[in-house]
Structure formats: structure tokens, C-alpha cells
Design a protein around this ligand. Structure first.
Ligand code: AP5
Ligand code: MG
Length: 211
């Protein structure tokens, strides 16, 4: 099964992807996670993309499309995956279409901006396995430590207020048309992203028929 997850910054894409990945036993592939890893390792690619990610701008299409298409060649994706973070604009959606990559389900987590801004200020992510927590809504069992792998929890550089504002602007201008694109194809499923983590998870599982 190939699933695409869409939503504004902080809507809960990474959080729900982890739940879906465990339930369906398919890997989660996040372009944001791949970029942050390259940046933290200071690779050539990381140096090239750092400024875009840290200022909340989109990395150029040809760079990110190459990264994703290469990643998807990996054997672990052959039985399906949940894709998070790509496509971010119509050009990227067309790149997938040209490569013959289509989705069984496209899930939109639809959350209001007020709710999301609070979530982003409380977000902590595992440096090691990318698991997502929140100091207000989804606390780790031990402060600063990942429940899953014991890794260190950190705040993302792009969760600063002015960068968050920029990420929203990019989302409204460039990613909203992608949502309309899948809606017009008739494959989009919307869930109310203002609900609790568990309610959203249950709604997604039931829509996927695995409830
Ligand atoms: P990316 O990593 O994709 O960031 P994003 O889209 O801004 O989304 P986030 O990861 O911030 O949010 P999320 O929806 O995953 O929410 P989460 O589950 O963490 O991209 C980062 C950057 O990389 C981009 O700005 C760009 O520069 C670059 N990039 C990536 N892909 C690209 C592409 N295709 N093209 C070009 N550039 C690209 O949840 C957020 C917080 O809320 C957490 O703390 C969580 O615990 C909490 N939470 C979640 N759900 C709930 C709930 N229901 N109730 C209460 N709290 C909740
Ligand atoms: Mg994410």
C-alpha cells in the first residue's frame, strides 16, 4: 500500500505516519527527516540545503526530487510506504506522476493555524530515530529522552516563530494547490487535525480499513 500524507507544518504528519507505519508494517519516508539528517551530518548535500530548511523555504525541486526518487529505489519500500513531505508544489506532484508513482490513499490532516502554532512551540524530536513528542500534548515518559530508542530529544531549528510564519506562507502559496490537485483526482481523504492524537489515529485507521 502506498499512502501520501498531507497537511500544514505541525499538523501531525510525522506523528500519524509513525502510527500508520507501525500498524501497516510499511516504512515512513519523510523528506524533512532526510534533509535534517544530512544537515546534522554536514554532508555536501546538507551544506547545500541548510539555508533553505532553516529559513523555511522549499529546497529546489530538482534537488529534493533526486533525493526522494533515489531513496525510493531502496528495497525496503518495495511493499509500500507512507510518504510525508513530498510533493510540496504542483511541479513536484507532476514529477511523481511522470515517474508513474500513484497512491492508494492520500490523507489530509486538516488543522487550524492557531492550534498548530502552539503545537510547534512544544515540539521535541528524537535526534536518533525522529520520533515526535510534545511538552504540552504528548510528553515523553522521561523528560528529554525518546520513549522508543532512548535518544536525546531536541527542538528543531525551524520551529522558531519567524521561520514558522514563513513555512505557513510557503504552505498556503505552494502546497495548497497540491491538496486541490489530489482532491480533483477524487483520492483525498480529510481528517480533522484539531482533534486529539488518538482520535485522529483512530479516524485514519478506520478510513484505511484497519481500525
Ligand atoms: P518537514 O519536515 O516536512 O516539515 P513540515 O511540513 O513543516 O511539517 P512538520 O514536520 O513541521 O510537522 P508535522 O505535520 O510532521 O507535525 P508533527 O507530527 O511533528 O519539512 C521541513 C523543511 O524541509 C521544509 O520547510 C523545507 O525547507 C524542506 N523540505 C521538506 N520536504 C520538501 C520538499 N518536498 N520540497 C522542498 N523542500 C522540502 O507534530 C507537530 C507537533 O504537534 C509535535 O510536537 C506533536 O507531538 C504535536 N501533535 C501532533 N498531532 C497532535 C494532536 N492531534 N494534538 C496535539 N498535539 C499534536
Ligand atoms: Mg514532520
Amino acid at each position: 500500500m502506498k499512502i501520501l500524507i498531507l497537511g500544514a507544518p505541525g499538523a501531525g504528519k510525522g506523528t500519524q505516519s509513525k502510527f500508520i507505519s507501525e500498524k501497516l508494517n510499511i516504512p515512513h519516508v519523510s523528506t524533512g527527516d532526510i534533509l535534517r539528517k544530512e544537515i546534522s551530518l554536514s554532508t555536501e548535500l546538507g551544506k547545500k540545503v541548510r539555508e533553505y530548511v532553516e529559513s523555511g523555504k522549499l529546497v529546489p525541486d530538482e534537488i529534493i526530487a533526486d533525493i526522494l526518487l533515489n531513496e525510493l529505489k531502496n528495497d525496503i519500500y518495495k511493499n509500500g510506504y507512507i510518504l510525508d513531505g513530498f510533493p510540496r508544489n504542483l511541479n513536484q506532484a507532476r514529477i511523481l506522476e511522470e515517474k508513474g508513482i500513484a497512491f492508494d490513499k492520500v490523507i489530509l490532516i486538516d488543522a487550524s493555524e492557531d492550534e498548530i502554532v502552539k503545537r510547534l512551540s512544544g515540539r521535541r524530536v528524537c535526534k536518533n530515530c525522529n520520533a515526535v513528542f510534545n511538552v504540552y500534548y504528548n510528553k515523553p515518559k522521561v523528560d528529554g529522552i525518546c520513549d522508543y530508542c532512548g535518544g536525546e530529544l531536541i527542538q528543531r531549528d525551524d520551529d522558531k516563530e519567524e521561520v514558522v510564519r514563513n513555512r505557513f506562507k510557503v504552505f498556503y502559496e505552494q502546497t495548497m494547490p497540491v491538496i486541490n490537485y489530489y482532491e480533483q483526482k477524487g483520492v483525498l481523504i480529510k481528517v480533522n487535525g484539531n482533534n486529539s492524537l488518538d482520535d485522529i489515529k483512530n479516524e485514519i485507521f478506520s478510513l484505511l480499513g484497519v481500525g
